[in-house]
Write a protein that binds this ligand. Structure first.
Ligand SMILES: [Zn+2]
Length: 220
């Protein structure tokens, strides 16, 4: 993506996450791949105060540009994901409520509703806990997200990737919705799990759904 376009898009992502309730305050962050590295949202700036020039460039070697604002404390996690996943152009991280509740309980999103397939897999796993901002957390998330476009992060939140920022954001919204469904199902005694056959059939059915490439396809 062109750098200027990416800067504007990052403002839009943060505003949408705030408007949809995925995020509160300054907790979430997002990044987009650009030539030579990535652009990421800055640390501790409220969405309404963000501007295109607030975004911070982090080079392919993982070093942030030190001339402007400080990058999100999670820049290592975004950098490692974009390095490991050539299918990703965008990374979105937030502490949406239900995803965070499941993550705090160490519970994955199990295949109880076919829309879980939007995540790129039949469940959304939980990455082991590590302190925010660390290399350890970055490595845990990359490993847990293998073969998927989303994971929960133990005692922390959720993270998603996409071929476009719109896709990464749509997956984050669906992860939150599926986490809310899981939470509700657990409250009233637990859901009925979909069988492998039912999931395969739903995957085929998705091939005829919608107008654009489906989010669950073309995983690296
Ligand atoms: Zn976080």
């Amino acid at each position: 993506m062109q750098e200027q376009e990416a800067r504007t898009a990052l403002v839009e992502i943060m505003r949408r996450m705030h408007a949809s309730g995925l995020n509160r305050g300054t907790s979430g962050n997002a990044s987009l791949r650009v030539r030579g590295g990535m652009l990421i949202t800055p640390s501790g700036i409220a969405p309404e105060a963000l501007a295109p020039d607030s975004m911070v460039f982090v080079a392919d070697d993982g070093r942030p540009d030190t001339r402007g604002l400080r990058p999100s404390t999670e820049f290592r996690m975004h950098h490692h994901i974009l390095a490991a996943r050539r299918d990703a152009q965008a990374v979105v991280h937030c502490h949406s409520r239900h995803a965070t509740i499941l993550a705090c309980c160490g519970r994955p999103i199990e295949p109880i509703h076919y829309m879980v397939l939007v995540s790129g897999g039949s469940s959304v796993r939980v990455a082991p806990y590590a302190t925010f901002g660390t290399e350890e957390l970055a490595r845990a998330v990359v490993a847990t997200m293998a073969g998927s476009r989303a994971c929960l992060m133990a005692n922390h939140g959720q993270i998603t990737i996409g071929e476009t920022w719109q896709q990464a954001l749509a997956i984050a919204e669906e992860v939150e919705e599926q986490a809310a469904v899981t939470y509700g199902a657990l409250l009233i005694g637990g859901a009925v799990r979909l069988s492998e056959t039912a999931l395969r059939d739903a995957e085929h059915a998705f091939e005829n759904y919608g107008q654009a490439p489906r989010p669950h396809q073309r995983l690296a």
